[in-house]
Design a protein. Structure first.
Length: 132
């Protein structure tokens, strides 16, 4: 089952695109990020092809981009739109703490999120009283 936006895209293209390997996808995404000049130096780890070992250091951002960023971005962008339990099922996290660490949420963020939600309920109640 596809999301309605994907169904429209599938119809427009005349079907789904041919699947590609993770390695090819990662190569394509690196090329794209290099072309759009994602050159900021950041701390990270990448495989050294000569030693076949992970090495830490400062690298241009495009060198560190992989398909995994799509998974994390999706989880982060949908935080608060789905329950944490639903998101954990999609991302494969076993505990809520693991999931929240993964998307970069800290315990103080939860208080801010709660207060924002609480205020939106109060605003909605006031708006309904004005109408009714």
């Amino acid at each position: 089952m596809l999301h309605s936006k994907q169904e429209k895209k599938k119809k427009k293209l005349g079907g789904l695109p041919k699947p590609i390997s993770d390695q090819k996808y990662n190569s394509y995404i690196k090329t794209l990020c290099k072309e759009v000049e994602l050159n900021e130096l950041i701390e990270g780890r990448k495989m050294n092809p000569e030693t076949r070992r992970q090495e830490s250091g400062q690298f241009q951002k495009w060198e560190l981009v992989t398909s995994h960023i799509g998974r994390r971005s999706w989880a982060t962008n949908h935080y608060g739109k789905f329950t944490n339990h639903q998101l954990m099922l999609y991302t494969g996290h076993q505990t809520e703490r693991q999931f929240l660490d993964y998307i970069g949420k800290r315990s103080e963020d939860h208080l801010t999120d709660f207060m924002t939600f609480w205020k939106s309920l109060e605003d909605e109640k006031e708006e309904n009283q004005k109408i009714g």
